[in-house]
Design a protein around this ligand. Structure first.
Ligand code: NAD
Length: 493
């Protein structure tokens, strides 16, 4: 039989791994009960690998290894500078493989290849950044003259449980691994089941960089099994989680029994507020990038665009015309700007939102599968306008190339619309009135806000959401604070 698929044989990476295993105590292993699950490529939806499906027993083995490495191994006790040397070597190893990482990530996630390459490079940058930060780490010390010296003794928390999502998986794994390792923790990583491919490279990268045995462990599998077992394990004192808000709530409840430390990076429905005095060319460029790059599968996507009524019609027309010109195609093609959505289940969910949107608002671009891509999870960049604030496509995270445009009358109305949803991750404000820019930015209920700028961030700044978008902040020294405890030592003089 012949299968018609947009994935040409040339696009299947050479040497593609077809069996993905756990990595526990320095060894690649299968699940203790031999269970596996199938992994599909989003451009074809054909299975290409089987992955080990971890259960509580596999998680227990990984935690035991990480615990041993923590209590008897050198890693937590190394001088920061020595850990930094290893972290910098990890960055070198990631950089050395960046083309391969991008190739595998693209194949597994459907991200456009040029964007996957940028994410691999950011992963390396995360390790360099935390290498520098840990060497520069200072802690407080106070003297009460003649009576007492007080100082902070910082130590790594122990075995960190890291649970990550399928969007930009390798980069988001690095965002947790780098600070956890810099702080001296040992780790068990549970990557997302939709996209386990690039994560399978960590073991070699970290081993070649000289990370001691047992410090890094990976257990693949389904969230409700492997992920839940990690959350339930009594010897994992903290969980760093990135994923959906509903999953975050489940984990929060399970972790409560153990009073675990939690960092929760959850969903978003971030507003882009465009005032009539903004530079519209820049605002349109940034808004297009903000919602359609990474296939719209981006937590900080500006997925609601609020535009001041005076320029609304012009904005809608220009934005929709630009959206229609975005190149949708094979993720492996360097010309592609929007690739294939990660998984048929997710694709169906996004398409269902498009159908809901048709009943709630006016469709001005996209709205379905591009004609030239008959199979695979492809969706044309989709733009709805005149979207009311009570519409589901205004309030719910879609996590795909779908955007809602809504007019506003004045500053007060803009802020009201911006804050009218449960989420509070990011916000974007476009205006040339400097006072208004700050005023509105301060009133947007979000963990991060960008003024006249698209989503670029300095790694020293806080990252995280408020409301339903998360709990706690990472970024810079906040990440080190999360993965360490600070013991106050009081010395009589
Ligand atoms: P998800 O919540 O479905 O899964 C995330 C991870 O949690 C996966 O590894 C999954 O296996 C695991 N998991 C699922 N159920 C679990 C359970 N009961 N116990 C323990 N682990 C469990 O999220 P997703 O669909 O993979 O990712 C997309 C979501 O992530 C979007 O909502 C997006 O906004 C969010 N996200 C947030 C940020 C941020 O920094 N705020 C960044 C990226 C993605």
């Amino acid at each position: 039989t012949t299968t018609t698929t947009p994935v040409e044989p040339a696009e299947v990476p050479a040497g593609l791994p077809t069996r993905l295993r756990h990595f526990i105590d320095g060894r690649h292993v299968d699940s203790l009960d031999g269970a596996t699950f199938e992994v599909c490529a989003p451009a074809s939806n054909l299975p290409y690998a089987t992955a080990a499906a971890g259960k509580a027993a596999d998680v227990a083995a990984a935690v035991a290894a990480a615990r041993r490495a923590f209590t008897t191994g050198p890693w937590p006790h190394l001088p920061a500078r020595e850990r930094a040397v290893v972290l910098n070597r990890i960055a070198d190893e990631v950089e050395r493989r960046d083309a391969r990482l991008a190739e595998l990530e693209t194949f597994d996630t459907g991200l456009p290849i040029t964007q996957a390459l940028g994410q691999a490079q950011r992963a390396a940058e995360n390790f360099r950044f935390f290498a520098d930060l840990i060497v520069g780490q200072t802690d407080e010390a106070y003297q009460v003259p003649g009576r007492q010296l007080n100082y902070v003794h910082r130590r790594p928390v122990g075995v960190a449980g890291l649970i990550t999502p399928w969007n930009t998986p390798f980069m988001l794994e690095s965002w947790k691994l780098a600070p956890a390792l810099a702080a001296g923790c040992t780790v068990v990583l549970k990557p997302a089941e939709f996209t386990p491919l690039s994560a399978s490279l960590w073991a070699d990268i970290l081993t070649e960089a000289g990370l001691p045995q047992g410090v890094f462990n990976l257990v693949g599998g389904i969230g409700e099994e492997a992920g839940a077992a990690l959350v339930e394990h009594p010897e994992v004192p903290l969980i760093s989680f990135t994923g959906e808000t509903t999953t975050g709530r489940t984990i929060f409840a399970a972790a409560a029994r153990h009073l675990k430390g939690l960092s929760m990076e959850l969903g978003g429905k971030s507003p882009v507020i465009v005032f009539a005095d903004a530079d519209l060319d820049d605002a349109i460029d940034a808004a297009l990038f903000g919602v359609f790059s990474l296939n719209g599968e981006r937590c900080t996507a500006g997925s609601r665009i609020l535009v001041e009524r005076g320029v609304y019609e012009e904005f809608v027309e220009r934005f929709a015309a630009r959206a229609e010109r975005i190149v949708v195609g094979s993720p492996a093609d360097p010309a592609t700007e929007v690739g294939a959505l990660v998984h048929p289940e997710h694709y169906e969910r996004v398409l269902a939102y498009v159908e809901v949107g048709r009943t709630e608002a006016r469709l001005v671009a996209g709205g379905g599968r591009p004609a030239h891509l008959p199979t695979g999870n492809y969706l044309a960049p989709t733009v709805f306008c005149d979207v009311p604030a009570d519409a589901r496509i205004f309030r719910e995270e879609i996590f795909g190339p779908v955007v809602a445009l809504t007019p506003f009358d004045d500053e007060e109305h803009a802020v009201e619309l911006a804050n009218a949803v449960d989420y509070g991750l990011a916000g974007y404000v476009w205006t040339n009135d400097i006072r208004r820019a700050h005023r509105v930015a301060h009133r947007v209920e979000s963990g991060m806000v960008w003024i006249n700028s698209h989503n670029v961030r300095d790694l020293r700044t806080p990252f995280g959401g408020i409301k339903a978008s998360g709990l706690g902040h990472e970024g810079g020294h906040r990440s080190i604070d999360f993965y360490t405890t600070q013991q106050a030592v009081h010395v009589a003089m």
